[in-house]
Design a protein around this ligand. Structure first.
Ligand SMILES: [Zn+2]
Length: 121
């Protein structure tokens, strides 16, 4: 029996579903879902058929890999979102900053950082 609960589908997953080139292989922190959803909305206005390759978090920043022949217009939007992620708590979406937690750089707000520290003690 499989005891792993499947993650509830969010609006974001629903919105991105048809854009994945393959099956989704992404790790997207909860706090950045709005960031990615807004980015997605801006991209489809430029290229409704763009392809999503990968979304992940690297060194406390969002990395958004996509494919489109309008990348000259989209790259700027992606950079903006990636930049914004470095000041957005990846847990809750509030303003945050980069911190090292368990040798891993994440972007987090003071409140979530405290919570995390308490839970790992
Ligand atoms: Zn937070």
């Amino acid at each position: 029996m499989n005891m792993t609960p499947s993650q509830p589908q969010t609006n974001l997953e629903e919105a991105l579903k048809s854009h994945w080139e393959d099956k989704p292989q992404n790790y997207l922190p909860k706090g950045w879902e709005n960031l990615v959803l807004n980015l997605h909305k801006k991209i489809v206005e430029i290229d409704p058929n763009y392809t999503l390759c990968q979304i992940k978090s690297k060194f406390g920043a969002l990395r958004f890999y996509y494919d489109s022949d309008k990348s000259n217009l989209i790259d700027k939007l992606v950079s903006e979102a990636e930049e914004k992620s470095t000041i957005t708590c990846e847990k809750c979406g509030k303003p945050g900053s980069s911190e090292i937690v368990n040798n891993w750089m994440i972007t987090i707000c003071g409140e979530c950082y405290d919570k995390l520290n308490r839970s790992t003690e």
